[in-house]
Design a protein around this ligand. Structure first.
Ligand code: SAH
Length: 365
């Protein structure tokens, strides 16, 4: 499908205002349009019945609010939903909706595929297909919310976002920051940056840049190895920005933390590879040496046939956690969500198998 039309889902009110001025419309029409797109989460101009029919037709001629199509939808036994979407140029995009008792978390993708080649991650096998636009990022969240609550309904307060789907968000920096600004608008989705966490494999210059942004999201760093030797092997990005540089950037980032805010290191637990007590001591020493007051999330590896790793045992994860605790490092074990539908960390690779339910969904839903 070709796409020459402007995708308005990623446009802040100011851009909509410019567009409607070109159309010779008054500014309040832009506010109505923004409300329809972001607060009501409508993806078809025709549904925006508070706009005159002629304007709706003109918008549909020049622009679009729906560039992603839902290819399939997988529902896990734990309630997690994985939405496999397609861009207008037929690339896969995955979004995961994780219901929790008090709030929902939406895990979105910043790129189609990923170019980073982390050895334990299935997304890496796709290679980088393309970086997503701001509109494609916002539209993922809109589709996930509509799938859960229906279009036109109020966006539930307290929805959390994590940029932990496919791709390296720090290499989609401009799209991501624009999307976050649009989503934070209180007359739209009103998901403030304080509810957003961006995870990076360690793009050092962008960590530094993020620290300078006043309304910035929280940061998580995927560490997964305490030495350059091992990290070079598991996460080749380490050859470009080795641990000393990464730790120095984290140390600087710390200065931008708000009271009570901590940043997180993520550590994928790979059986017999990075999960010994010695590795735990090395992790603790690395963080303590840099006097970093971070917490560590231990993520048991989510396996896939084509990945040459197995998850660490529960006992091993607990022992690892105890070694960290003894050295003053707070660690949490992340419960895998949606493993059965290939929705868990590192499993997003546009898989069409293992569907528990594969329901068709309307394009504008
Ligand atoms: N590229 C960014 C964003 C992806 S977040 C990053 O690397 O941080 C995805 C998280 O899942 C990362 O912390 C990554 O280390 C982790 N991960 C990747 N493959 C995994 C797997 N097979 N099992 C468990 N976690 C995995």
């Amino acid at each position: 499908m070709e796409q020459a039309k402007a995708h308005l889902t990623g446009s802040p009110l100011s851009e909509l205002t410019d567009l409607l001025i070109e159309f010779g419309e008054p500014p309040f029409r832009a506010r109505q349009l923004f409300h329809n797109l972001q607060a009501r989460r409508l993806r078809a101009f025709d549904e925006m019945t508070d706009l005159p029919q002629s304007l709706r037709a003109r918008l549909a001629d020049h622009a679009t609010a729906a560039t992603l199509t839902v290819e399939s939808r997988y529902v896990s036994e734990d309630g997690t939903r994985r939405l496999l979407l397609r861009t207008h140029d037929n690339l896969p995009v995955e979004t995961v909706f994780i219901p929790e008792e008090r709030r929902d978390t939406i895990c979105f993708s910043s790129q189609s595929g990923c170019g980073l080649k982390c050895d334990f991650c299935l997304t890496a096998r796709l290679g980088l297909l393309r970086t997503l636009t701001a509109g494609e990022i916002v539209e993922q969240i809109i589709i996930a919310l509509n799938d859960a609550y229906g279009a036109g309904t109020e966006t539930p307060r307290g929805t959390n976002l994590v940029a932990m789907g496919a791709g390296e968000p720090m290499l989609a920096f401009d799209s991501l920051m624009k999307a976050l600004r649009v989503m934070a608008d209180k007359s739209g989705l009103h998901i403030v940056t304080n509810r957003v966490t961006v995870s990076t494999a360690g793009v050092v210059p962008r960590i530094r840049e993020l620290a300078t942004i006043p309304e910035r999201p929280h940061l998580a760093i995927s560490l997964s190895a305490p030495t350059d030797e091992l990290r070079d092997r598991l996460m080749p990005i380490n050859k470009r920005w080795p641990l000393a540089e990464l730790m120095a950037a984290c140390k600087d980032f710390e200065k931008s933390l708000k009271p009570g805010e901590r940043f997180t290191f993520e550590y994928v637990m790979l059986d017999g590879v990075n999960d010994s007590n010695e590795h735990a001591r090395q992790v603790a020493n690395l963080l303590n040496r840099h006097n970093l007051k971070a917490k560590v999330n231990l993520i048991p590896h989510n396996p896939a046939e084509s990945l040459p790793y197995l998850p660490s045992s529960t006992e091993r994860v607990e022992a690892f956690k105890r070694v960290l605790a003894a050295k003053g490092i707070n660690a949490f074990v992340r419960r895998p969500r949606g493993r059965d539908i290939y929705a868990a960390c590192g499993q997003l690779a546009a898989r069409r198998t293992n569907a528990i339910s594969q329901l068709p969904m309307a394009r504008t839903a």
